[in-house]
Design a protein around this ligand. Structure first.
Ligand SMILES: Cc1ncc(COP(=O)(O)O)c(C=O)c1O
Ligand SMILES: C[C@@H](O)[C@H](N)C(=O)O
Length: 411
């Protein structure tokens, strides 16, 4: 799973040195892997790695702030109203992270003990949020297989909804969660037709629909569908401003006024109530204002990167799966190149990437990656492959020599 490898590969770039951390079983140890003077670093680990730009920093410096727990931070209110308006929802709430946005949303919808949520077995909520909906929310997860396009079969969703006949034994289904775009399915986009159908099922059975919209603006741009139309049937959406939009921190939950009132209380319970949070909301507002139009360039560069990778003999890329800002490519087993080793050598060559599985690597585009960065990355990747194969040949020769010496000595 990408996340297990993700926790092992956290590379920090600090000016001209790369400090590599690797996670062992017992504790997180930061070790200086190798301090190398690199002329250039292209960070393709995720779209969470962007640094606040000058406009964001300036806005943060002059932000009009007050105590937001008391409900008076004007910049937080301005951002929340803007996101609610864009999404055509009644209200919104700024929270520190996408993980907390999802947790709060699920907990508000499933506030009655014995609730169950239907979600994908490859969804971020199920795989990468420490099981928070269960460990903190006390909510039962009913997972269904995610298809390669990020959807769950609607027939399976309907079948998974608990009937009243088993209420003495079964949890009660109260929520369906979708994810758009779908991170672990390569950033694939869920169509508005599909979301509408799931919304219709939710309404028919009197349950709610939440969309993990960490990259909902990527989906909107990739599909050419207004973002409010994509989420029309959702009762709540978590919108990350700190992903492709490039804000340093934060997500926004949108929904009805009552939903957001309950969400606000739960945010405080979870410790997410923040005081002069307008400093962060100011940067998020700039990201929302300036960066949505840049997402199509991220998608274009993702395709450019995928096409370049496809030309590398030892890689395979499903070009049709590159719908937004993510590229997953497989390394053929015959190459004997491991994703870990490739990412390690790439790091020495100034490209940061993350293994996605034992045979694949994930690359994520964001607005701080340029066209020339793509060319630089492709050149570095080809160089890294050659280096690993050459090392492999040399090591093979050394081992062969050692074996023949050992045999000679043994005789
Ligand atoms: C699809 C998706 N949902 C939620 C999150 C969680 O966001 P955060 O990292 O801000 O907690 C992420 C990744 O970060 C994600 O990729
Ligand atoms: C790893 C995961 O939590 C993060 N959302 C990412 O896609 O990088």
């Amino acid at each position: 799973m990408m996340m297990t490898r993700f926790t092992r590969w956290v590379g920090f770039v600090n000016r001209n040195k790369i400090v590599e951390s690797s996670k062992n079983e017992t504790s997180f140890r930061r070790k200086t892997y190798q301090v190398k003077m690199v002329a250039r670093v292209v960070d393709l680990r995720s779209d969470t790695v962007t640094k606040p730009n000058e406009a964001m920093r300036s806005a943060m410096a002059v932000a009009d702030v007050d105590d937001d727990v008391l409900g008076f931070d004007p910049t937080a209110q301005k951002l929340e109203m803007e996101v609610a308006s864009i999404m055509h929802k009644d209200a919104a709430l700024f929270v520190p992270s996408g993980t907390m946005a999802n947790l709060i949303s699920v907990m508000v919808h499933c506030e009655v003990r014995g609730s169950e949520v239907i979600l994908g077995d490859n969804s971020h909520i199920h795989v990468y949020e420490n099981g928070g909906i269960s460990t903190i929310g006390g909510i039962h997860a009913k997972t269904l297989p995610n298809n390669v396009d990020g959807t769950m079969d609607i027939e399976k969703i309907v079948k998974a909804i608990r009937g009243t006949d088993g209420e003495l034994y079964y949890p009660t289904t109260r929520l369906i969660c979708l994810e758009n775009t779908h991170a672990n399915c390569g950033g694939r986009c869920l169509s508005v037709e599909y979301i509408d159908k799931v919304g219709a099922v939710a309404k028919e059975y009197g349950i709610k629909l939440h969309i993990d919209g960490a990259r909902i603006f990527n989906a909107s741009v990739a599909l050419g569908v207004p973002v409010h139309r994509l989420v029309q049937e959702a009762d709540s959406v978590s919108v990350c401003l700190s992903k492709g939009l490039g804000a340093p921190v934060g997500s926004v939950i949108v929904g009805s006024k009552d939903f957001i009132t309950n969400a606000k209380r739960l945010r405080k319970t979870l410790g997410g109530g923040m005081r002069q949070v307008g400093v962060l909301c100011a940067a998020a507002y700039v990201a929302l204002r300036d960066n949505v139009p840049k997402l199509s360039d991220d998608h274009r560069r993702a395709k450019m990167l995928a096409e370049g990778l496809q030309k590398v003999e030892h890689f395979s890329v499903d070009l049709s799966s590159v719908e937004s800002n993510m590229v997953f490519f497989n390394i053929k087993e015959t190459s004997k190149i491991s994703p870990d080793r490739l990412c390690e050598v790439l790091q020495e060559r100034g490209v940061l990437a993350m293994p996605a599985s034992s045979t694949s690597v994930r690359l994520v585009l964001h607005y701080q990656i340029s066209d020339s960065d793509i060319q630089f990355s492709l050149t570095s990747i080809k160089g890294a492959v050659e280096q690993i194969l050459t090392d492999g040949t040399k090591n093979g020769a050394i081992v062969q020599n050692m074996l023949s010496v050992a045999q000679t000595v043994a005789v």
